[in-house]
Design a protein. Structure first.
Length: 160
């Protein structure tokens, strides 16, 4: 499932960078690869016990996934701006414009795979995810149990 998600993300990154005239033609492929890698790294690093409540809100649709106030959105935006400005010499304005065109489809992909997807459709079954929160018993688990279960289940999504 991760490979198909990254392919979709890379498609949006490719489109944004290909349209950007400030990225030299000779560096477009490297910029696409570096940006896609930065996004994957950021997503992987956001799955931590400290972010459980925010991730849960995102996955259950209680958070505006594409809003600028979302910690995941801000992390991805910062990663894209940093990689494009530091490695390819683009201005923060140009890098930010690329990030702004990539983030909404990225969040839509994540939300559809996690919130709306079914097991047969390639998404994550939210009932199973919620079972991890209660330990499958209907009773609340400790924070450590919840964090361990969720991190274990979701952590593999964003590893390469």
């Amino acid at each position: 499932m991760l490979d198909s998600m990254l392919d979709l993300v890379k498609g949006h990154v490719t489109e944004a960078i290909t349209k950007c005239k400030e990225v030299p033609v000779t560096q477009k492929k490297q910029a696409i690869d570096a940006t896609t890698h930065a996004i994957a790294d950021t997503l992987h690093s956001c799955i931590t016990p400290e972010n459980i409540s925010q991730l849960t809100s995102l996955f259950t649709g209680k958070s505006k996934a594409a809003s600028g106030s979302n910690f995941l959105t801000e992390g991805v935006k910062t990663a894209i701006i940093n990689v494009l400005s530091q490695k390819f010499g683009l201005s923060k304005t140009v890098s930010g414009a690329i990030a702004s065109s990539v983030i909404p489809p990225l969040m839509e992909i994540l939300s559809s795979k996690v919130s709306g997807g079914s097991k047969s459709g390639g998404g994550i079954d939210l009932g199973g995810l919620m079972g991890m929160f209660t330990g499958g018993s209907g009773k609340s688990s400790t924070t450590a149990d919840v964090a361990g279960s969720v991190i274990g289940a979701l952590g593999g999504l964003f590893k390469k």
